[in-house]
Design a protein around this ligand. Structure first.
Ligand SMILES: *[C@@H]1O[C@H](CO)[C@@H](O)[C@H](O)[C@H]1NC(C)=O
Ligand SMILES: *[C@@H]1O[C@H](CO)[C@@H](O)[C@H](O)[C@H]1NC(C)=O
Ligand SMILES: *[C@@H]1O[C@H](CO)[C@@H](O)[C@H](O)[C@H]1NC(C)=O
Ligand SMILES: *[C@@H]1O[C@H](CO)[C@@H](O)[C@H](O)[C@H]1NC(C)=O
Ligand SMILES: *[C@@H]1O[C@H](CO)[C@@H](O)[C@H](O)[C@H]1NC(C)=O
Ligand SMILES: *[C@@H]1O[C@H](CO)[C@@H](O)[C@H](O)[C@H]1NC(C)=O
Ligand SMILES: *[C@@H]1O[C@H](CO)[C@@H](O)[C@H](O)[C@H]1NC(C)=O
Ligand SMILES: *[C@@H]1O[C@H](CO)[C@@H](O)[C@H](O)[C@H]1NC(C)=O
Ligand SMILES: *[C@@H]1O[C@H](CO)[C@@H](O)[C@H](O)[C@H]1NC(C)=O
Ligand SMILES: *[C@@H]1O[C@H](CO)[C@@H](O)[C@H](O)[C@H]1NC(C)=O
Ligand SMILES: *[C@@H]1O[C@H](CO)[C@@H](O)[C@H](O)[C@H]1NC(C)=O
Length: 654
């Protein structure tokens, strides 16, 4: 037995990037044909789909008109805000800390959620879309990938430019270039001089500042706006990721973007590129007009059976389809040999350097057999470096949105069996969080019910079980954002004994220690190593002083984070309401419990704080942790990760 059978993916801190693309505020819409008369724009989308049978046959104008066809209802808006505010004030660990100014190195604005959300209700909206967009932009301003709002109604369609961008430094100056263009490949590698008439770098920078959200470091957001490659299973995936600037899930503010390109040197080329608009068949076959669109994608069913099968799953599949892996041949990897494939990770040898590319920690889609491969081959991968007497190892954690915390802890233990592979956590004990924990802990269950049953946690101070719920609650008062709150005792999520068992089982009776130190290993990321990935990177950096190198970001900023949104764990509103209901807590039985959303949307929130293991008052989420070393992309290394690996390997021991 290798993987624990009751392995939970509740610590999934995984982020489907497209679900997190953020809102456009102050949009100026070009009036659509819809405004002229009372054509049903949603019906037009459906009719065109029927005629062409193509999932990309609609236009920006039609989707804009369909989205804008639903009038604002102040009662529904009020309920939506009550639910969202109720959920976040009860379970969002950083509800108060979000009001604080960022520490130097970070770029985000302080957000007083209660005030900002309530204030939206004073606006006179005409259409619900504008209200939704504004709510989303408040949540987006938190710059926390764990804390998001998603709704099917206004996120069913995907908008793509058919091209992607990247950034290099040339003659000491940062410029934007075309990474790929599926419409006109002759644009590839042209310099983008301006976008919609403004300097290209400024436009991408502003997009990163206002729209990307997800992480508190502007340089990492800049990287996310642009294309980047990632490697896994021995193939380059054109990163299923063409960058958030050119591939969006929220309605862009204009129907096209114009680019001024310098391709030849002598003259400038003007490209006006309309958005290609697509949706999955599951979306397009499930409505015929705005009435059925509304029913299918916008309003939550009041029937719990329906709730599980309704449009929520449709949006997920839309995202996955759009991001389906575009696998391309390895020629872009100019050197290196794949020696072990561990599904979520690939182990390469490039000359005398071992490279472990861990491109995700999300194992939620893997079955038991695949999990055994993951555990065994992660071990084999590192062992085969040792067997080849490799003395330099690069851990490439770029584009890793996190996943299951057990797996990140396992990787940390593989490398360093002597560490506790976890940071201490605590919870901000709102009245409802406290009540939920109290109620859940007296209900006997064979497996602790995450997140509310404290039996799933152990005491951070001595790794013993908590002996009572009072002991778990503890007696901690902290002031964050000017507000004093109760916080739980510090705890670890209790996986370690399970993981050590897995480790012993893959190692057999004759474990061969790896003996690596900071003189052999370096961590390479593009800053987007989030959540469980951030925990892994930061634990190695803190507990073993492993050096880090971050690539990309803004030249104007001296430093770049090597990890993002360390957390704690993510709670989803749908799961929370259903768990609460399971222990008899709902809006009708207890007024502390908010109603679930009546619109078809859900929210998520970081449900705990994570502390440094060295500085016991340092909340990792709000600490700027720059990398030790910095690299920038050039034309070659943007397309060939092996170049970055060798550059990172050069820095080992420095
Ligand atoms: C429409 O396209 C889908 C997928 O390509 C195909 O399976 C289906 O048969 C097509 N339907 C018609 C009527 O052509
Ligand atoms: C729509 O998809 C089809 C088939 O994948 C493709 O041939 C066509 O170019 C696409 N149209 C647009 C506008 O992108
Ligand atoms: C560029 O786009 C084309 C067409 O979509 C695709 O086949 C190719 O794999 C892409 N190349 C890279 C490096 O992303
Ligand atoms: C295009 O870029 C090249 C290289 O930087 C530069 O020498 C040239 O003047 C630019 N062309 C135009 C028309 O701006
Ligand atoms: C959407 O349509 C498909 C058929 O194309 C159907 O299988 C699926 O159940 C529908 N989904 C919903 C939520 O109605
Ligand atoms: C909820 O369901 C009941 C019966 O199933 C129906 O009469 C009622 O209209 C539904 N309410 C909403 C808001 O859909
Ligand atoms: C709830 O939804 C299920 C599945 O769609 C359906 O079979 C059932 O009749 C519905 N119940 C009510 C009360 O509407
Ligand atoms: C690790 O150190 C032990 C004891 O010093 C030694 O026997 C073993 O060969 C070393 N392993 C590697 C992979 O260097
Ligand atoms: C802690 O609790 C678990 C069950 O939740 C039990 O299996 C384990 O033996 C306990 N450990 C100690 C040291 O009491
Ligand atoms: C903290 O908890 C105590 C009881 O343990 C309670 O009296 C007090 O009101 C709580 N403070 C806050 C700010 O919730
Ligand atoms: C709310 O909880 C009570 C028990 O606490 C239960 O009887 C009732 O059915 C629940 N209501 C709903 C709508 O689930």
């Amino acid at each position: 037995m290798i993987a624990s059978p009751n392995m939970k993916s509740f610590f999934i801190l995984f982020v489907v990037i497209l679900t997190c693309i953020n809102s456009i505020v102050n949009c100026h819409y070009i009036p659509s044909s819809h405004a002229k008369n009372s054509i049903d724009a949603c019906k037009e989308i459906h009719d065109k789909f029927l005629q062409t049978n193509a999932t990309n046959s609609t236009t920006w104008e039609e989707v804009a008109a369909c989205y804008r066809s639903f009038p604002y209802d102040s009662e529904v808006a009020k309920e939506t805000i009550e639910t969202l505010r109720g959920f976040l004030s009860a379970f969002y660990a950083f509800f108060d800390e979000a009001k604080e100014e960022p520490k130097p190195g970070f770029t985000f604005r302080p957000v007083d959620l209660a005030v900002e959300l309530d204030r939206l209700l004073e606006n006179k909206y005409e259409v619900e879309f504008d209200f939704y967009t504004d709510v989303k932009s408040v949540i987006n301003a938190l710059s926390d990938a764990h804390t998001q709002l998603t709704g099917n109604c206004y996120e069913s369609f995907l908008f793509d430019q058919g091209l992607s961008l990247y950034s290099i430094i040339r003659d000491g100056k940062q410029i934007i270039k075309v990474f790929n263009d599926s419409v006109d490949p002759s644009n590839i590698n042209c310099e983008v001089v301006s976008i919609d008439g403004l300097p290209a770098l400024d436009v991408i920078n502003k997009f990163a500042l206002d729209q990307v959200g997800l992480t508190k470091d502007l340089g990492v957001r800049f990287n996310l706006a642009l294309a980047s490659l990632s490697l896994s299973r021995g193939v380059l995936q054109a990163s299923d990721f063409s960058g958030l600037f050119t591939s969006r899930q929220q309605l862009p503010p204009t129907p096209y973007i114009s680019y001024t390109l310098n391709c030849s040197g002598d003259w400038l080329k003007q490209v006006n590129r309309r958005w290609t608009v697509g949706a999955t068949r599951a979306v397009l076959t499930n409505f015929t007009d705005s009435v059925s669109y509304r029913k299918q994608f916008c309003v939550k069913f009041n029937n719990s059976t329906d709730k599980n099968t309704n449009a929520n799953s449709v949006t997920k599949s839309a995202v996955h389809t759009h991001r389906s892996k575009r696998e391309i041949d390895v020629p872009s990897l100019s050197e290196g040999e794949l020696i072990v494939d561990a599904i979520i990770a690939s182990f390469y040898v490039v000359r005398d350097v071992g490279v472990a590319v861990i491109s995700t920690i999300d194992t939620s889609t893997l079955d038991q057999t695949q999990m055994e491969v993951v555990y065994t081959n992660l071990y084999e991968g590192f062992q085969s470096f040792a067997k080849r007497k490799i003395k330099k190892v690069v851990l490439d954690l770029s584009n890793n949105g996190g996943g299951t915390v057990e797996v990140s802890q396992y990787i940390a233990l593989l490398l360093f069996p002597d560490i506790i592979p976890s940071f201490p956590l605590d919870m901000r004990l709102s009245d409802l969080y406290r009540l939920a924990i109290k109620t859940a802990s007296v209900i006997p269950s064979p497996v602790p019910e995450f997140p509310f049953d404290y039996h799933g946690y152990i005491r951070a101070e001595n790794e013993q079980n908590f002996t009572s719920v009072q002991q778990f609650f503890g007696n901690n008062m902290f002031t964050r954002g000017g507000i004093q709150n109760n916080y739980s005792s510090k705890f670890f999520i209790n996986y370690e004994s399970e993981l050590r068992k897995n480790l012993e089982s893959v190692q057999g009776s004759n474990p061969s220690p790896l003996n690596w130190t900071r003189d052999n290993i370096i961590i390479l990321t593009n800053g987007f190593c989030g959540s469980a990935c951030a925990n892994l990177a930061q634990i190695l950096a803190e507990k073993k002083q492993i050096k880090t190198v971050a690539v990309g970001g803004l030249l104007s900023q001296n430093q770049l984070s090597y990890a993002s949104f360390p957390g704690g764990f993510k709670l989803d509103s749908g799961d929370v309401f259903s768990l609460l209901n399971d222990v008899g807590l709902n809006h009708s039985s207890n007024s502390l419990v908010p109603n679930d959303f009546s619109l078809s949307m859900s929210a998520s929130a970081a449900g705990s704080e994570v502390y440094s293991s060295v500085h016991n008052t340092m909340v990792m989420e709000f600490e700027f942790k720059p990398s030790d070393f910095r690299l920038f992309y050039d034309e070659k290394s943007a397309r060939d990760p092996s170049i970055l690996w060798m550059q990172a390997a050069e820095l080992i021991g420095k």
